[in-house]
Ligand binder design. Sequence first.
Ligand SMILES: Nc1ncnc2c1ncn2[C@@H]1O[C@H](COP(=O)(O)OP(=O)(O)OP(=O)(O)O)[C@@H](O)[C@H]1O
Length: 254
Amino acid sequence: MISTHKLYVAYGSKNIVKDLSISIPSGKITVLIGPNGSGKSTLLKALCRINKAKSGEVLIDQTPLNNYPSRQLAQRLCLLPQLLHSPEGITVRRLVEYGRSPYISHWGVLNKRDRVLVDEAMQETGVFELAEHKVESLSGGQRQRAWVAMVIAQDTEVIMLDEPTTYLDLSHQVELMKLMQTMKEKGKTIILVLHDLNQACRYSDYLVVLNQGEVVAEGSPQEIFSQSLLKQVFNLDALVVSDPVSSTPMCVPL
Ligand SMILES: Nc1ncnc2c1ncn2[C@@H]1O[C@H](COP(=O)(O)OP(=O)(O)OP(=O)(O)O)[C@@H](O)[C@H]1O
């Protein structure tokens, strides 16, 4: 289980994440929501040690993140950040193969299992047909799915994706969220940043609402998602109704 204890993360002298103590439920989908600049990406990066804690700590199974050697950490969790740059000329297959690098001793030497996982990841994300295409030749949505395939191929217990649906059309957004549900059924812990509040409510088991670097609410969408929360956090006047398909809370701006 991944958790934080009185975590502070700062850029320079400015505290971005403040006094944050949360426990992310294992084997579930947790979604971080909050206004622009509320610290969601900063927190995700702290959960995988890209950002260092100023004080407090991040723990995996009660062990401080700092105690894990990098390679071991990369076998347990991975993050797909918002901004992605692939090396020029790289094919989709090669990109997805990078996901296996924490497991192989010499880069480039993949065993049979590595190759199976790479093929499966490309199939699950719908980019198998594009395997030999160059990443830079793909559309934004195809590229995004190729990166997600790399993350799936890494086969970690914890998968973190920062705004993964941004470049995807609605049908591919739904497919990606269903893929996350499949990953959950395989026992993975999923942590996502999403801006679409209705998607967040529909697919999350656990919601964490951030505002100005602090947690203002956490729990299941049914427990915490309300008209007053939307007003308080997003300054949004909206009705909260029941999603006619999933019966989860759904926000309808006024
Ligand atoms: N590398 C950086 N150096 C300095 N300040 C940063 C850096 N990255 C982010 N910030 C600042 O930290 C604050 C939180 O940013 P962060 O990206 O974590 O927010 P967010 O909730 O993910 O926002 P968004 O929804 O817009 O993606 C913002 O004020 C941002 O300007």
